[in-house]
Design a protein around this ligand. Structure first.
Ligand SMILES: Nc1ncnc2c1ncn2[C@@H]1O[C@H](COP(=O)(O)OP(=O)(O)OP(=O)(O)O)[C@@H](O)[C@H]1O
Ligand SMILES: CC(=O)N[C@H]1[C@@H]2OC[C@@H](O2)[C@@H](O)[C@@H]1O[C@H](C)C(=O)O
Length: 363
């Protein structure tokens, strides 16, 4: 039964790894999760990936080639498969992220998508936060807070997203709202899968180190790991956010290593970056629940388990869907925007005061 105030929202996310679009339905009033709905995924074709890749690093005024059309048609194709959505939360494709400089760019035209779908679309979630002095990322933390409440957490815990980039959310679920002081601390931890994927592509022509198979047979170079951890990013207090390619240095530090050792070292770098980040948490979490593709890499999970000093588990262990959490997050945030509730706060993006992000486009 739908509670009064609840809205059936459909969220869509295309992450930094450019594999495809995730979409998920969520019934929520923008505060509590009432129920999770159906999900679907639409992979990009090789031609689409080429068009998107060519636009990486570009800004709205640049020539984006075919990329905007790819983003529009892939989202329309996927989102048209769903029925009953009252609002769509459309993240778009991050092409560039430079919050202290030129801003942040999530390619995608929500107004046009709204007209094509015949449903209100909330989009451009990050710009207002950046314009108000925030990092514009990460934005999933407000949803992580709702997830912590949904799973009945009663002690501080963390969600860790291991996508191209890693991001960590520390949560005190006993607080009454995500924007309340002390409820959240969130920030990007460093690279997660991006440098490892780049290594696999360069050296083996593969998209990723599937199941950590190559890293499992390698040895971590403590020298390269030590050099990596000297990066000033790790000592910087949160808030802090990253672009996909901000850590290309990780890859160059492993250039002279043989393939398996390089893979093991890059995997260890991602785990060690999380460990560094954990030192900023206001109190030790009782567990770290991992979402994003990195949770499927057993070597990365094992290294995290050894380094973090608390249980590290995929979000599936508490009944959440680690492939869809980000799409669900943007469904949740869309409803918050419609209801005028904030989507970021000083503790998540460093913005001065809580901000209601997003633009609403009606069909
Ligand atoms: N079975 C697996 N073994 C090892 N790695 C995997 C596996 N499955 C997925 N991955 C890794 O996870 C990545 C995809 O993660 P995910 O879909 O969370 O990223 P994303 O959402 O695009 O990124 P971001 O959250 O940074 O925007 C893949 O590129 C790969 O590196
Ligand atoms: C600018 C941008 O798109 N950042 C992404 C990226 O991917 C992971 C990490 O870097 C996070 O900061 C963010 O995505 C998630 C969904 C977020 O905003 O919470």
């Amino acid at each position: 039964m739908k509670k009064s105030g609840s809205i059936m929202a459909l969220g869509a996310m295309s992450g930094t790894s450019l594999d495809g679009v995730d979409a998920a339905m969520l019934l929520t009033d923008g505060v509590e999760i009432q129920s999770f709905g159906t999900t679907d995924y639409r992979p990009y074709s090789a031609e689409e990936v080429t068009a998107l890749r060519a636009a990486l690093g570009k800004w709205p005024e640049d020539d984006l080639g075919q990329a905007p059309e790819v983003t529009h048609s892939a989202h329309l194709d996927l989102l048209s498969r769903f029925e009953g959505a009252e609002v769509v939360g459309f993240h778009g494709q991050t092409l560039a992220h430079d919050p202290q400089g030129r801003g942040t760019h999530q390619m995608g035209d929500g107004a046009s998508l709204s007209r094509s779908l015949g449903v209100p679309v909330v989009w451009d979630f990050r710009s207002k936060d950046v314009a108000s002095g925030g990092e514009g990322a990460p934005l999933a933390p407000f949803f992580h807070f709702a997830c912590a409440r949904w799973i009945g957490a009663d002690a501080p815990m963390c969600f860790l997203n291991l996508g191209g980039v890693g991001n960590l959310t520390w949560i005190d679920p006993t607080k009454s709202a995500p924007e309340e002081e002390g409820a959240l601390l969130a920030f990007d931890t460093g690279p997660a899968n991006a440098p490892l994927n780049d290594l696999m592509m360069r050296r083996r022509g593969l998209n990723c180190d599937r199941d950590g198979a190559l890293a499992a047979s390698g040895k971590v170079s403590e020298r390269a790991l030590g050099a990596f951890l000297k990066n000033a990013f790790f000592a910087k207090r949160p808030p802090k956010s990253l672009d996909r390619d901000d850590f290309n240095e990780a890859l160059s530090l492993t250039e002279t290593l043989e393939d398996a050792d390089a893979a093991a070292t890059l995997t260890a770098m991602s785990a060690a970056a999380v460990k560094q980040g954990m030192s900023f948490c206001p109190s030790p979490p009782d567990r770290v629940l991992v979402t994003g593709g990195g949770r499927l890499n057993p070597v990365m999970m094992q290294m995290l388990q050894e380094m973090l000093g608390c249980p590290v588990m995929p979000v599936e262990t508490v009944g959440l869907d680690g492939d869809m959490l980000e799409a669900q997050a943007f469904a949740y945030l869309a409803v918050r925007v419609l209801r005028g509730l904030p989507t970021s706060a000083p503790s998540t993006t460093g913005v001065g005061v809580p901000v209601v992000g997003g633009t609403v486009s009606m069909p």
